[in-house]
Ligand binder design. Structure first.
Ligand SMILES: C[S@@+](CC[C@H](N)C(=O)[O-])C[C@H]1O[C@@H](n2cnc3c(N)ncnc32)[C@H](O)[C@@H]1O
Length: 333
């Protein structure tokens, strides 16, 4: 392992175990949204005693899985997590997660972008909660302009056609490490969409202080916050699911080995579109309203909040340490 790779690995290990900004999003973003999802699941007679079926990229510490299990969102037994399916691209990390979580419903070794197209993965769909906690950009510099991640998300939404579910998405926002051709394509798509809908464009300009081009130049992260939800909501509606943006969080990372970048997290909740002409009409107009709302939403600045709320920061640090110190009790399987 080169010094650069070692530095990077150490930095990330520290991040997942000490980063209070990330833990803020876990606790106040994912967990709060997941509580609402669980209440929805249990509001139906058939599932009133169910826990959530969860798909995640847990990483070696699997903090999200432990947090959701500790709070009764997902089930934990003495042998593992029977309603959790996870995916990890790094083989070594898969075996670490395996030891930590014991027996899970499904384990996928490989990139999510590939796994989502396999029959095996599709046999586990649908999920109640999908948590894509990605470490890279949505359009990585070394990737194709027609991003594999975008295609994979499209497929995932298609696999959840007519379903009720939550979708949490996290990615890195770094202008330097993002494929410029792909960004241009995404920008073109947004602008092109506006051509047929002047009200959208006007609302966008009013809320963002300028057009798409200007925003892309002035604030790369805000560009994602204003354009990505629109793409997700529109993709949802073509799959008969009406989405709503439940939250949007950003925080800064300053790695010792490279330029600073932001992490962006979106929380979406999807509901089945009702049938019939009126149902379709209502869903499309609700989708439009939701897109307007997403233009106006200011992303929650986690760093700023924690700087002003040091007691909360300490509480999060302690909570994270407690989760990591008390690994799940898994009997040998
Ligand atoms: C950000 S970490 C997960 C942290 C965890 N969710 C938590 O709450 O602490 C992401 C993990 O997923 C893996 N990963 C990232 N992108 C992936 C992808 N596209 N496909 C498969 N695994 C991926 C990384 O190797 C890493 O172990």
């Amino acid at each position: 392992m080169s010094t650069f790779e070692r530095e990077k690995r150490e930095y990330f290990q520290k991040l997942y175990t000490e980063d209070t900004a990330k833990h803020y999003v876990r606790v106040h973003g994912w967990l709060e949204a997941a509580r609402k999802r669980l209440a929805k699941i249990r509001s139906t007679e058939r599932r009133k005693r169910h826990s959530a079926k969860y798909f995640t990229l847990p990483g070696e510490y699997a903090v999200d899985v432990l947090l959701l299990a500790n709070n009764g969102i997902i089930q934990q037994t003495e042998v593992g997590f029977p309603r959790v399916v996870y995916c990890e691209r790094d083989l070594q990390t898969v075996s670490v997660i395996n030891k930590k979580l014991g027996r899970c419903m499904g384990v996928f070794s490989g990139t999510f972008e590939r796994v989502v197209f396999t029959r095996d993965f599709q046999s586990y769909c649908p999920f109640d909660i999908i948590n894509l906690d990605l470490t890279k950009e949505i359009f990585p510099l070394d990737g194709r302009p027609e991003s594999n991640t975008i295609r994979a998300i499209e497929k995932l939404l298609w696999l959840h056609k007519n379903r009720e579910f939550d979708f949490y998405l996290t990615f890195k926002s770094s202008r330097k490490e993002t494929n410029p051709d792909a960004v241009r394509e995404f920008e073109r798509m947004v602008i092109d969409n506006f051509k047929n809908n002047k009200t959208w464009e006007e609302t966008f300009v009013k809320n963002c202080g300028g057009g798409v081009k200007e925003l892309l130049k002035s604030d790369f992260t805000l560009f994602w916050c204003k354009s990505f939800p629109k793409w997700i909501l529109e993709t949802g509606i073509t799959n008969n699911v009406a989405g709503s943006l439940q939250g949007e969080y950003i925080y800064l990372r300053k790695p010792p080995y490279g330029a600073p970048y932001h992490i962006v997290t979106f929380l979406f909740s999807f509901a089945r579109k009702s049938h019939g002409l009126m149902g379709k009409h209502k869903a499309v107009s609700e989708c439009k309203e939701e897109i307007f709302r997403s233009f106006a939403l200011t992303p929650f600045d986690v760093d700023k909040y924690l700087k002003e709320n040091t007691a909360e920061k300490t509480k999060l640090k302690e909570d994270l340490a407690r989760i990591l110190k008390t690994p799940p009790k898994i009997s040998k399987v």
